[in-house]
Design a binder for this molecule. Structure first.
Ligand SMILES: [Cu+2]
Length: 194
């Protein structure tokens, strides 16, 4: 971050925490993207009017991991007094980037096709990274700092649930959701192979 004096000045104690692997005291993993990968074929779901959000704040993207729907708007804000250039690098969607100067109005963009995960960088600041999970249904979540997630109102059925962490990769598990009540599930990532 030293390369940009304005960004570095926001962290006088050099205390900006890396976010590529955020764990709690018992190994709880934050910023894990979780979604139903299989089991919903043929079903259609309304696309929310509300946009998903990414803020460029403190020379960082927030949140680090965003879940959204194919066809939903992604609203991008620059809260900094620094120019950023948000640059998603999808493989199944159109690539774009947008420079946003301080005070610029928020922009909105869409991803037309499901794609997990779309890496996002800032063309100005090489340390800025975010990830967008673009899904064709509403059954996804991102884990919080306690490693917890909830996916509400999943229709009863058998699914494959998939979870992704940017340093640890993918884990998949079968999931059966019975009518009524809450289905509990623990997803474990194995340690990184050397
Ligand atoms: Cu930037």
């Amino acid at each position: 971050m030293e390369q940009d004096a304005q960004c570095a000045a926001m962290y006088p104690d050099k205390g900006r925490r890396e976010e590529d692997l955020v764990t709690g005291p018992r190994g709880e993993l934050a910023n894990v993207f979780v979604y139903l990968k299989e089991g919903l074929a043929g079903k259609k779901f309304a696309i929310p009017d509300q946009p998903a959000l990414i803020d460029q704040k403190g020379c960082w993207f927030g949140p680090r991991v965003v879940g959204m729907r194919a066809g939903q708007s992604l609203q991008v804000v620059n809260s900094d007094s620094v120019t950023h250039n948000i640059h998603p690098m999808p493989s199944k969607n159109r690539e774009w980037n947008a420079s946003m100067a301080p005070g610029d109005a928020p922009i909105r963009r869409k991803f037309s096709h499901p794609e997990v995960m779309v890496p996002v960088k800032c063309n100005v600041h090489r340390w800025m990274r975010a990830w967008v999970g673009v899904v064709e249904h509403p059954y996804f979540a991102v884990t919080d700092s306690a490693g917890a997630f909830q996916i509400p109102d999943v229709p009863p059925g058998r699914y494959t649930i998939a979870a992704w962490q940017e340093s640890l990769g993918w884990v998949e598990m079968p999931l059966e959701v019975k009518p009524g009540g809450t289905t509990r599930l623990e997803i474990r990532f194995e340690g990184k192979k050397p």
